[in-house]
Structures are given as C-alpha cells and as structure tokens.
Write a protein that binds this ligand. Sequence first.
Ligand code: PLP
Length: 375
Amino acid sequence: MSPSVSAPLAEGRFWLPGPTEVHRDVLAAQTCPIIAHRGAEAVALMERLQPGLQALFGTRRSVVVLTASATALMEAAVRSGVRRGLLAVVNGAFSERFAEIAHDCPIDVEVLAVPWGEVVDPEAVRQHLKTGNFDAVSLVHSETSTGALNPVADVAAVAREFPGVQVIVDSVTGLGGTPVQADDWGLDFALTGSQKALAMPPGLAFGVASERLLERAVALDCRGYYLDLVRMYQNLQKNQTPTTPAITLMYAAAVQLDRIMSETLEARFARHARMAARCHEWVGEVRERTGLEVGVLATEGARSPTVTCISLPEALSGPAVVRQVRAAGWVIGGGYGRLKESTIRIGHMGDHTPDKLEELLPVVESALIQVSAGA
Ligand SMILES: *Cc1c(COP(=O)(O)O)cnc(C)c1O
C-alpha cells in the first residue's frame, strides 16, 4: 500500500530548496514502533537528539524540538521575545514573514528594507537601533527566496551594543549548511526547520532561546499556548514536550543527526560551499555558451551556500523552465513570491553531492535552451 501520488524520482534528483531529499535510512527510521510520549523511552529519544542539535546550533543550551513547521518558531520568537518594537530586516520573502507575524501582535514593527538579493549593512542596523524604538531585531540568515546570506554574527555584535535588544534569527536554510554559533554570536533566538539543510522529513522545528529572552518572555502576556517558549523550556528541562510530539519524525531526526555528525560539520559545510561555488561558476558558463542573460541574483560575496537563485532574461518564464526540468526527470525550485516569473532556484543543500550536481546542471541548461527556443 503506497500513499505516493506519483512515481518516485530516482535518488539524487530532487533539488527543491526545501523540502529537500531525505535519505532512505532516515525515511525508514520512521517505521519504528510508537512509544508513550511521557515515558522513559521518549525522554531518552529527546536526550539523544540534543548533542547533535547543540553542535549544529553552536550552543550549550537545550534545543527546542517542536512539532510544527519552522514558521511556528518564527511566530513563537516574536511573541515571546518582543515587548515593544521589532526592527525587521527584510531582504526577501521569508524575512518579510517576520514583519507580517509582528503586525498581528500588539507591538510596533518597522521594516529595514534591503533590496532583494542584497544583505543588510550592520551599520544600518546600528543607526536604527540608536533611535531607541526597538527591543528586538529579526533577520533571516540564508534568504531562501533570493539566495543571499546575511552577516548574522556582525549584526548580532551591533545589536549587543544595545542592552535589551534581542536578536532573533531564522536560519532555516543556513543551519546544517553553514556555521551557526548561537552562544558565541549572542543570538537570543535561532531557529530552523527539519526539512531544509538538515534533510529530515518536514514537520519538526528546532530552536534555541537565550536565558535573556526567556526572562523577558515570562512577563509577556501574548505568548500563546502552543507557541509559548516558556512552557517549552519548562518541559525541556525534563527532556519532555508540552504536548504529544511527532515521535516518528524524532526517530528520523535521530538517525539523520547521527549521519550529520559522522560526516562532521566541517566536511558538511565544505561540501555545501563546493556545490554553491560550482553553481555560480556554471551560471557564468551558461551565459557564455548560450548568450542567455542568466545571472546569480545574490550579490557576490554574500551568497548562501545552500541555495542559488538564478535570474532569467525577461523572455524566459521561470515556471516553464521548472516544468521542462521536471519533464527530464529532475526537480528544481521555481522563483518565490514576487520573483516567481523571473527566477529559478537550485537547492544544493542537505545530503546532495557535487557529483550529482554535475548531472543536474546540463539538464537545467538544456531546459533553458529549449524554453528560449520555444519562446
Ligand atoms: C522554508 C523557510 C521558512 C518556512 O518554513 P516552514 O517550515 O514552511 O514553516 C522560513 N524561513 C526560511 C528562510 C525558509 O527557507
């Protein structure tokens, strides 16, 4: 009995910038029997996840495991971490989501707008924080919609000059593909989802809150119930969760964390950097070979190692290119939000390899040529 609605792709061919391809051993881990969520086995399972998560987050604190997609922890961070005013750095669709979440809360929000494809200048953050209007700043580490990588450590260092300003970071396509040092950088909340650079099945969100953030949170009355970080941490002290977690997803996470740790983070980050560099180089080659005006959207020097957003000449429609690639038996991402027509995205993250990327790139190049010939 298979719930699959289409024939499965061959392994190594699913290059969406999330959810990403999940290794068969990790998928198989989900068939372990269900256990009581308050029993000793569930506690042991949560304990087992911690060392790997702590290494990935660069923290000695316990890491929250929430059964939800990553957006839930974005919302939790805003609700539990902001008292008066949020400075939302927006350089793409996902960072915009922080501002949208904040609009629904009884706090002030101001957007520090950065052109899409670029990254924030820490000095601009300093100038905004000097107004005294903010007690938190949000930013996205790797903007999945544009492929830009924000200088999180530098922004956090600036924010630390202002006591009482909390730093909230979405590293959904950063963490696992590029270093995150939540403790050393002084992040008050860092979060990710299971289904991006960690290459686990979708459905879990992971995050770490600073003591400072939790102390503030206790006095806030808009934390919600399911999203309350204070309640999550009270339970986490006993290696438990406030409500029933997705036990099967936690099994998958345990196996994938073992795989990540045995590769080593250093090797994993280097593999991601290699794939990104190759992708950028290939875009230049395609431009020379075909004369098509393709480009890497994100500014050179500020590109994410996990996702490349490729800008297309006006005559080429992103969705048509994605369809053509799919017809050849591969999956890449379309543009996101307002970049839907004008870009395509390759998610070179998770367990993907430089070797398979060499197979994918000619397929995408053919699709570009075919679509431009038809246009
Ligand atoms: C995918 C993504 C999200 C949203 O994740 P969900 O798991 O779909 O809620 C948030 N931020 C970034 C940067 C993302 O790439």
